[in-house]
Design a protein around this ligand. Structure first.
Ligand code: ABU
Length: 422
């Protein structure tokens, strides 16, 4: 596959154009547990452990955790950089899945083809890594302080490419205020390569003062939240524009932004006013009580084909989109595909993400996807829908805020500002 030499060094209009260049996060030894703060009440997932110890905060002491996450990130880079890849047979994929949950995957295995292992040419994706920083250092602004930062395993949360523009998100957590600096050198290098075609912007940094947050949010019971869920009021109020980059998904001329714990209406309006060449749409997921980041909820996989093949979006069955907002998609030849339940509902004790990291996949092209190796149900669904599915181990990342999509930030895809919703 020859490179498109005319493409600017920064170019990504979709989630699914052929991926040419990507940043992959880094699990530094100084990575920290997400501190408790107004935007986030971190808690231990394991009820037994939660009774024994408080939320630890500070640097992750168990070095095995950061080592495993970093080893998996390095392995992922190696696979992305490879020209060819060996796709596992369903049998091999099932073997990986068995390590996670024996009975479920054995049942699935008996229903699947077994001998489809093959090597295919996928083309190289160049990888860059985020810079190492000391995440254990306390940080402060004029009106706030945080005992530590977090980590840079998930550049997806802080950075987004919108066409030929690199954009640093505002963020909403104090501990993540400076996280974009792990990508700063990459941004400057790219911008300097082609400053007349590539834009490099930072969205207005919020004050992170107490007034930015709804004080009553965390005191609500789930029952109370359920009562008020259609008001879509979360922990940040509308005082300042707020968004995390991972609440945005790109589909050519249109981008879709989830209203969430980490993105408010003012943030969505800021995007509209600064990207007039794009159509910016808000998306709402009325059954998600704590929405944060669209990439475990609503994942465009491929556009409608010229021969009238449906476009596909992988959706989270526990977080269906607002029906009225789906009309635009169905009118333009897109179908929603329910993700299967994850291979396991278990999460590491200190993970602050949901078990839906199972669907946090990365598209290498409209026909090739990378998923976590244990996710056999997803592997089967995607294979049945005509995708080549590459599997990689990534559960070591679950403790550090994400998985395969979260740990990346795509810089260059072979795509364009196509109108998929004419
Ligand atoms: N950073 C992605 C997490 C999304 C979720 O927990 O569902």
């Amino acid at each position: 596959m020859p490179d498109n030499v005319d493409l600017p060094a920064v170019n990504a209009w979709t989630q699914f154009g052929r991926l040419l260049k990507v940043v992959v996060g880094r699990a530094d030894p100084t990575s920290c547990h997400l501190p408790v703060e107004p935007a986030c009440q971190s808690e231990i997932n394991d009820p037994y452990l939660a009774e024994q110890i408080p939320w630890p905060g500070g640097q992750v002491k168990h070095r095995k955790s950061t080592k495993l996450a970093e080893a998996q990130l390095q392995n992922f880079c190696h696979i992305l950089e490879s020209e060819t890849v060996q796709v596992k047979s369903v049998r091999e994929a099932a073997e990986c899945g068995r390590l996670v949950e024996k009975r479920r995957t054995e049942a699935l295995r008996s229903n699947t083809k077994e001998n489809d292992a093959r090597v295919f040419q996928k083309g190289r994706t160049r990888t860059l890594r985020t810079k190492s920083m000391d995440w254990s250092k306390p940080v402060a602004g004029p009106e706030w302080s945080s005992p530590s930062q977090y980590c840079a395993t998930c550049p997806r949360d802080t950075m987004i490419t919108l066409g030929n523009t690199i954009l640093e998100a505002t963020m909403s957590k104090r501990s993540r205020y400076f996280e974009h600096l792990a990508c700063r050198e990459i941004c400057l290098d790219l911008w300097r390569q082609d400053p007349l075609r590539i834009k490099f912007w930072s969205a207005p940094k919020p004050s992170m003062s107490d007034e930015m947050y709804n004080p009553g949010f965390w005191a609500k019971t789930d029952e109370e939240r359920f009562q008020s869920m259609r008001s879509y009021e979360f922990c940040v109020n509308e005082k300042e524009p707020i968004f995390d980059a991972a609440d945005i998904t790109r589909v050519g001329k249109d981008i879709f932004v989830q209203k969430s714990m980490t993105t408010n209406d003012s943030g969505i309006m800021w995007l509209k006013s600064h990207f007039p060449e794009l159509r910016v749409h808000a998306l709402h997921f009325p059954y998600d009580l704590y929405p944060s980041h669209i990439d475990c909820t609503f994942v465009p996989l491929r556009p409608p084909g010229k021969d009238r093949e449906d476009g596909l979006v992988l959706i989270n069955p526990e977080r269906p989109p607002l029906r009225a907002e789906l009309e635009l998609w169905s009118q333009n030849g897109w179908k929603m595909l329910n993700a299967p339940m994850p291979a396991t509902l278990d999460r590491p004790a200190f993970s602050q993400s949901s078990y839906w990291l199972s669907m946090n996949l990365l598209s290498l092209s409209p026909s090739t996807l990378v998923i976590e190796e244990a996710e056999l149900p997803l592997y089967n669904l995607l294979s049945e829908n005509g995708f080549d599915v590459i599997t990689v181990p990534m559960r070591g990342m679950y403790e550090f805020g994400g998985a395969i999509h979260c740990c990346t930030w795509d810089l260059q895809r072979d795509d364009a500002c196509t109108d998929y919703f004419p």
